[in-house]
Design a protein around this ligand. Sequence first.
Ligand SMILES: Nc1nc2c(c(=O)[nH]1)N[C@H]1C(S)=C(S)[C@@H](COP(=O)(O)O)O[C@H]1N2
Ligand SMILES: [Mo]
Length: 259
Amino acid sequence: MSHETHRRGWLKALGASAGGLLLGACDKITENPESLAVLRSAEGLTRRAQRLVVNRKALAREYPAADISPDFKPNGTIHPQDADYLALAANGFADFRLVVDGLVERPLSLTLGDLRGAPGRTQITRHDCVEGWSSIGKWTGARLGPLLDRAGLKPNARYIVFHCADTLDPNAPPGGGKYYESIDLIDAYHPQTILAYAMNDRPLAIPHGAPVRLRVERQLGYKQAKYVMRLEAVEDFTHIAQGRGGFWEDRGYEWYAGI
Ligand SMILES: Nc1nc2c(c(=O)[nH]1)N[C@H]1C(S)=C(S)[C@@H](COP(=O)(O)O)O[C@H]1N2
Ligand SMILES: [Mo]
């Protein structure tokens, strides 16, 4: 067994213990404080182990076209009902603007044409959801790193927050029900981190996050923000929603979801 295979097997075993606890997690786990505590510690173990042994700049595995899933599962929000989103969709997203602001020198407001014209990448990768399913898809999008360079991060910027159009929890306290996510600058500048506007050679469909979604390939499914409207560069995210850096993080998931 090669060193690489051995390492992967070991990581897989670590991951499996966390993954097993997470089956069906997206809606159930937060109801049970006990499983939440276990989840936190198991995920924490995986995270610390990975930080020690995995190069965060390594590429996620890419697959041949023959492996693309014919039935990539849409999950979470699949048809946002928020009025501003519905208005954009009704117009084929012609009025869509991706805002890049926060701790940047030059705030941006980008059309889909701007994104298509930006330095891009196409990749066929596997999406792993904590609910216990995986699908392989082909993604095309603008690389996040060059976009951030265009905006010019201020020296105190440490994270990029992705503000999404969809309300996933209508019962959350005001300001807390919208989906959002955040990543650090290592993931933001990773070469496979893209703002995807196409999936399997077609414009991104609404169930998968139209018009633009994040692909951050070294992370689990819940980090892959769909319906991205705004990128905010921040020093920390404690002032946003419940302060843990993401919709599911606010409900108990680990912020670092590296795979
Ligand atoms: N805006 C938004 N992004 C989201 C979600 C969501 O509900 N809303 N769900 C997350 C979860 S848990 C998963 S597994 C993936 C699903 O992406 P897909 O619908 O393309 O399969 O999107 C992630 N990003
Ligand atoms: Mo997920």
